[in-house]
Design a protein around this ligand. Structure first.
Ligand code: FAD
Length: 308
């Protein structure tokens, strides 16, 4: 229900306009809690701060569902620029991106072509490129594109599976057999019951099963969650099955459960923070609100403060 409300609001132009006006203009503005800033320089600053705290990062230039080839081309060029800037900055080389940002809705071949351009620049420079997973209408095509690239020899890439989808456990077995790197998440999108569990307890149970499968049979999986129960389970499973802390990593989102983030690093685990940045931050931001209604109070306090 909450996801439904926020996904509907995410389509509101009026709200987007209002949020864009107030959300990011000062370092203390409300959206800054979850988004590093609107420029690549902001993202580099955030990444450096994370590195200083012993954390890894993946930079995500926000943007999704572009509808024209021109916009897809612009997003691709922007990503190439981000790659060059990361290299110049001398920070860790790891990015995340979405296929609909590269034009999947306009033309699949064009999106694949754009991704290839990005990989041609990124892979020789030692980058790892994670293809984020979008809503379930894109699952099949995303996995297909990933696998095609994999079979063409690209190894600096990884993909994401969502435990809320019934199909994901099967997909995980398949990707484990390939030797591909998988990020396991619960899933950020509102999905119909034809394809996804509708109760959180079922999503959590599937997540628990998937994290065990990923740790035991996967290649350097990423356990991406802020759920303390899942983190404890992953730690315990790894310990009891002799899986060293160098064979997997935890991942969390920028600005979420910073207490847990610090605890994991202190305990000697690898932690990667997903650092979103860019002008197209509104849909990402609304997904984060939908996950936790308490965030709305946090935002409202921020807005009131801005006006004052
Ligand atoms: C690194 C990373 C990459 C991701 N990539 C994708 C992707 O490609 N595709 C996709 O569909 N989803 C992605 N997600 C989002 C994911 O699917 C979930 O929507 C999100 O992580 C919340 O689920 P959770 O596992 O933290 O568990 P939950 O059970 O939802 O939350 C557990 C606890 O975490 C805290 N928490 C969770 N969300 C928030 C929030 N928004 N604000 C404040 N506190 C919060 C709360 O304390 C909550 O009790 C990604 C998540 C991470 C961490």
């Amino acid at each position: 229900m909450t996801k439904f409300v926020f996904h509907t609001l995410a389509r509101s132009r009026w709200l987007k306009h209002l949020a864009s006006r107030y959300g990011m203009r000062r370092p203390t503005s409300f959206a800054r809690r979850f988004i590093a800033g609107e420029t690549v320089a902001d993202a580099i600053d955030a990444a450096r701060a994370l590195e200083a705290r012993g954390m890894h990062h993946t930079l995500d230039l926000l943007g999704e569902n572009v509808t024209t080839l021109e916009a897809a081309d612009a997003a691709t060029r922007a990503y190439l620029g981000v790659i060059d800037t990361i290299v110049q900055a001398g920070i860790e080389r790891n990015i995340s991106l979405k296929l609909t940002q590269l034009g999947l809705d306009a033309d699949k071949a064009c999106a694949v072509d754009n991704l290839r351009k990005i990989l041609e620049r990124a892979e020789p420079a030692g980058f790892f490129v994670r293809i984020d997973m979008e809503d379930s209408t894109y699952t099949e095509v995303t996995l297909e594109v990933f696998e095609t690239l994999w079979h063409h020899g690209h190894r600096g890439i990884g993909v994401v599976l969502q435990s809320e989808l019934y199909r994901s456990e099967r997909d995980l077995q398949h990707l484990n057999a390939l030797g591909a790197r998988v990020r396991v998440v619960k899933g950020a999108y509102r999905e119909p019951k034809t394809v996804a569990y509708q109760h959180k307890a079922d999503v959590d149970r599937a997540y628990a099963r998937m994290l065990k499968t990923a740790l035991s049979g996967g290649t350097y999986p990423a356990i991406a969650t802020h759920d303390p129960a899942m983190i404890d389970l992953a730690r315990e499973w790894a310990l009891t099955h002799g899986i060293g802390a160098d064979r997997f990593e935890f991942q969390m989102l920028y600005g979420i459960r910073r207490d847990l983030q610090a605890d994991l690093v202190k305990a000697g685990y690898r932690l990667r923070i997903y650092v979103p940045f860019g002008r197209e931050w509104f849909p990402y931001f609304m997904r984060r609100l939908g996950e936790r209604p308490a965030n709305v109070l946090f935002v409202l306090r921020g807005v009131t403060g801005e006006r004052g």
